[in-house]
Design a protein around this ligand. Sequence first.
Ligand SMILES: O=P(O)(O)OC[C@H]1O[C@H](OP(=O)(O)OP(=O)(O)O)[C@H](O)[C@@H]1O
Ligand SMILES: O=c1[nH]c(=O)c2nc[nH]c2[nH]1
Length: 191
Amino acid sequence: MQILKDRIRKDGKIREGNVLKVDSFLNHQMDVSLFREIGKEFKRRFEGEEITKILTIEASGIGIACVVAEVFNVPVVFAKKTQTKNIAGDVYTTQVESYTHGRIYDIIVSREFLGPDDKVLLIDDFMANGKAMEGLIQIVKDSGAQLVGAGIVIEKGFQPGGDALRDQGVHLESLAIVESMDEKTGEIVFR
Ligand SMILES: O=P(O)(O)OC[C@H]1O[C@H](OP(=O)(O)OP(=O)(O)O)[C@H](O)[C@@H]1O
Ligand SMILES: O=c1[nH]c(=O)c2nc[nH]c2[nH]1
């Protein structure tokens, strides 16, 4: 998606630990008009698929997932990383290692919001090692729902998550795949 790649080149900053910082438009301050274009692009890429629910993981996936849910006209559910009093017992749960927090979370989704009749599109802002997607796929399996595919805004193609998912036969659509990025020169190469 060219406007996304241009924006990453313009505003993205490369940080140590293979972190691409895009918090001025994607996952802290959010450019909602860019999000709308991203939503339309996911709609185009998953055209013809029956989707009943968007599933993402807190926190950074939520904003983008809401815009995608609007174009598909379905609800969005997010996996919670923290146990809260307002979700009582009946949950799907698995463990996910967070890329940027550097710790493992027990993620939870209430059974009330995902079940065998659902056809699920996963949405997230980033793909790195694939831990977030692995966790969400486990929850979809546990719920008996059908996995339609996964939509990622930025995949870091030099990290293993995306290709591992494709090898498993998951329909993965990443709108920008960073093939390499150089912290010293600031150069970003897209696949
Ligand atoms: O492919 P992975 O290695 O799982 O990396 C991708 C995940 O990492 C980030 O979440 P993170 O927990 O780092 O931060 P967040 O709480 O801001 O979403 C991002 O939002 C993805 O969910
Ligand atoms: O802002 C982010 N930049 C990254 O490089 C990254 N990888 C996983 N999650 C991420 N979030």
